[in-house]
Design a protein around this ligand. Structure first.
Ligand SMILES: NC(=O)c1ccc[n+]([C@@H]2O[C@H](COP(=O)([O-])OP(=O)(O)OC[C@H]3O[C@@H](n4cnc5c(N)ncnc54)[C@H](OP(=O)(O)O)[C@@H]3O)[C@@H](O)[C@H]2O)c1
Length: 228
């Protein structure tokens, strides 16, 4: 059984990931900004422990690390994310810079803060994995001309994790980024291609493939490789 830490665990893809791992019998450290408002999460059966965490707030991340102490974390899933400004305010001609800055804090720096704060917990695992939920919109190989700010946050995230895989892989921490599909969540909208359940099930199966041989992968939720 593994110990799996998930950010943004109160709704959307994060909540479904919690359900998948808890149903397998794993211990889930489910992190969200406001656990008191996370009724569905806190009512879940299984070994689900809830922690308060704002990934954009260094003090909040440090408090989580303090609460965990030296506890091993086998899989750290950076899932929390934001689209940033409304699409009309993140184009080639318009930019809400404050909104873009905040999206960088959550989407790009948040996962890095989490890695730095919890690398000791990963090192305490026999088979540590660092997984980050990215987006196809951050792939340099795909030109979707919407969400310029969001896409840039995910592109920067991808580059960081691609490099981090090289360094962390040397000490046995395997790293990947996963595009979850276009998913029916608050972010993806009702018209999206797949349900959060389909996405989460696929992501869990894909994470199972992460080892030294696949370290540094960019995958789709269904385990297919994604071009960088
Ligand atoms: N849905 C899609 O089609 C799609 C496509 C590609 C990639 N993604 C990526 O998949 C991941 C999950 O997306 P989703 O569709 O599940 O989105 P969602 O339904 O909008 O949920 C976003 C989650 O992130 C959390 N979050 C936002 N800012 C946070 C912060 N500063 N600290 C901690 N948690 C924070 C939210 O918590 P609150 O409830 O507190 O706001 C919520 O739990 C994101 O990284 C997203 O970029 C989604």
């Amino acid at each position: 059984m593994s110990t799996v830490l998930i950010t943004g665990a109160n709704r959307g893809i994060g909540l479904e990931l919690v359900k998948c791992y808890a149903a397998r019998g794993d211990t889930v450290l489910a992190c969200c900004r406001d656990p008191r408002a996370a009724g569905e999460l806190t009512a879940l059966p299984g070994a689900v422990e809830t922690f308060a965490l704002d990934v954009a707030d260094a003090a909040s991340v440090a408090a989580l690390a303090e609460a965990l102490g030296g506890r091993p974390v086998d899989i750290l899933i950076n899932n929390a994310g934001t689209l940033g400004p409304e699409y009309a305010r993140q184009t080639a001609y318009e930019m809400d810079f404050d909104g873009w800055r905040q999206a960088f804090e959550v989407n790009t720096m948040g996962p890095v803060r989490m890695l730095h704060a919890l690398v000791g917990n990963l090192r305490a695992s026999a088979a540590p994995r660092l997984v980050t939920i990215t987006s196809q919109m951050g792939a340099l190989s795909l030109d979707m001309t919407l969400g310029f700010a969001y896409s840039a946050t995910k592109a920067a995230l991808n580059k960081f994790m691609k490099l981090a895989a090289i360094e962390l892989g040397k000490e046995g921490i395997n790293v990947c980024v996963i595009h979850p599909g276009w998913v029916q969540t608050d972010m993806g909208g009702a018209e999206a291609d797949i349900t959060p359940q389909e996405s989460a099930r696929g992501i869990v199966g894909t994470i199972d493939k992460l080892d030294a041989a696949t370290n540094g992968s960019f995958w789709k939720w269904n385990g297919e490789p994604h071009d960088w």
